[in-house]
Design a protein around this ligand. Structure first.
Ligand code: ATP
Ligand code: MG
Length: 491
């Protein structure tokens, strides 16, 4: 069954049962009320009659019914069709004493009660005391005593038609009220149920949307009313958000993987093609004897380049996925830079560059020594690579809770666009330069950036085309350096 009908049925059912119970209780209490009112009235009449219905017959020195008074009373009450009877102490009717009427004496059981002094009210179906017929009526018997001796019994009776008709009127009104409230119940239950069902349908529709890959949904609107459905909507919305995020992350990862495969393949193709060409030349004896040594040297270089490429890629991935452990310690950065200067001197001389070290004698830095050298060496090597006949300055100084290092050159510089991309893997601002002596893979700065970030430091670049480039690196001191996150063992 559709939920709309289920809900309607539930709401309607509750209202229906409630109305039915109220109606039954109301009818029962009204009926009881009407009956008891009727008996009360008859009781009151017998009260009056008990005091005035008898008169003393002086001649016979006995009591006899005051027929004139009783008839008058019956006349007054004729609208209600109330009649009276008077019985003497022997259960014989003394009023009405018209012999034409067949007057019945009081039933023995009732008479016994009356003799004990209890008034008796008889219910609906009973015997008409005047003609002995079974009839629906109310009768009230009241015994009158004179110094403990039963003097006579007064009876007042009336047919119950009026009582029944007034009860039926109440029943009819109740029935109308019942119908009306059933109608209202149907309308109200329909709207309440439809409201709920609409909210659920909205969730269903959104679920379909999400199932089809559209995560651009908003069901938060329902959260104004706080109930289970709106909680469900909110949970659903949260779920959609995290689904969307993980979907985006999967896309990003996939894109990175695709890009990486493409770039790596591209990077490896050049040395492999060179090696393959030389090997074929050797195989078919196409290379003159005197050039063979040079060819083998070239192949060795290309192989080295391939190995470096593979190692750097592995290194990059390890740093990226937090699989390397930094052995951080405080050491003198000026000393480390001085060592680098002497190592790079030859390369600088070859490019006609002047290497300058600008640092105090002792500049403490808190870092993994080998990784620190790797970072600064890469930057310095780039500076030499892209500077001809210029000056390269390496500087180090202590800053506030950090060590500040810089490498500036007077080389070719970069455009703003190029600066934006240098941290990307395989990025080379000028691809035509890729076969220069030192840099060729475009991985150097990507690794540098990862390493500095892993240390909790920062790296920025300031460059102007044709003027020069300055790389600034900071390493936080021991106090402010972040704890390295635990090593994760992702593959
Ligand atoms: N000091 C610099 N002056 C001008 N351009 C630079 C400088 N340093 C880096 N670049 C640009 O940034 C690019 C990326 O540098 P990166 O060190 O990552 O790669 P690479 O030097 O080309 O290769 P390798 O992986 O061997 O270092 C370089 O190709 C170059 O275009
Ligand atoms: Mg480089």
């Amino acid at each position: 069954m559709k939920m709309l009908y289920q809900q309607m049925l539930a709401i309607f059912g509750v209202i229906f049962v409630m109305m039915a119970i109220v109606s039954v209780l109301f009818i029962r209490s009204t009926t009881a009320n009407v009956w008891s009112n009727s008996f009360d009235q008859l009781e009151e009449y017998t009260d009056v009659l008990a005091d005035n219905a008898l008169q003393v017959n002086v001649a016979r020195s006995a009591f006899e019914p005051n027929a004139a008074f009783i008839q008058n009373s019956e006349k007054i009450l004729q609208n209600q069709r109330v009649h009276f009877m008077i019985y003497n102490a022997d259960n014989a009717a003394v009023y009405p004493n018209n012999q034409a009427n067949m007057v019945v004496s009081i039933e023995a059981k009732t008479w016994a009660k009356l003799k004990k002094g209890t008034s008796v009210a008889l219910p609906e179906l009973t015997t008409n005391p005047r003609n002995g017929k079974q009839q629906s009526m109310t009768i009230y018997y009241r015994p009158v005593f004179l110094s403990d001796k039963l003097l006579f019994v007064v009876a007042a009776y009336a047919p119950v038609d009026n009582i029944q008709s007034s009860i039926r009127k109440t029943e009819y009104n109740l029935f109308i009220a019942f119908l009306l409230s059933a109608l209202v119940a149907i309308v109200v239950s329909y709207f309440v149920a439809r409201y709920q069902v609409n909210r659920i349908n909205r969730l269903r529709q959104v679920t379909h949307q999400v199932a089809e890959g559209d995560y651009d949904v908003d069901v938060h609107v329902q959260s104004k009313s706080h109930d289970e459905v709106s909680d469900l909507a909110n949970d659903f919305q949260d779920m959609v958000h995290s689904l969307r995020d993980s979907q985006a992350e999967i896309h990003r990862q996939e894109e990175r993987r695709r890009q990486f495969m493409a770039d790596a393949a591209h990077e490896m193709r050049t040395p492999l093609t060179t090696i393959n060409g030389l090997l074929e030349g050797l195989a078919y004896d196409a290379i003159p004897e005197e050039s063979k040594g040079q060819s083998i040297e070239l192949m060795r270089n290309e192989t080295k380049r391939l190995i470096r490429l593979v190692n750097e890629n592995l290194d990059y991935e390890k740093i990226r996925t937090n699989q390397i452990l930094l052995k951080k310690q405080t050491f003198n950065a000026a000393e480390a830079l001085a060592g680098m200067v002497s190592q790079l001197k030859q390369k600088a001389d070859a490019a006609g560059d002047k290497l300058v070290l600008d640092a105090a004698a002792d500049v403490p830095v808190y870092a993994d020594h080998d990784r620190f050298v790797q970072v600064m060496f890469n930057i310095a090597q780039n500076a030499i690579q892209f500077t001809q006949n210029g000056t390269i300055t390496l500087s180090a100084k202590a800053g506030y809770h950090q060590t500040e290092l810089a490498v500036s050159d007077t080389g070719i510089g970069m455009t703003e666009d190029q600066v934006q991309n240098i941290w990307e893997r395989y990025y080379k601002a000028d691809p035509s330069r890729k076969n220069t002596k030192y840099g060729e893979s475009g991985l150097g700065l990507a690794i540098v950036h990862q390493l500095v970030t892993l240390h909790g430091g920062s790296i920025t670049v300031d460059s102007q085309q044709g003027v020069g480039t300055t790389f600034k690196v900071t390493f936080p001191d021991e106090e402010t350096a972040p704890q390295q996150a635990p090593i994760t063992h992702t593959k």
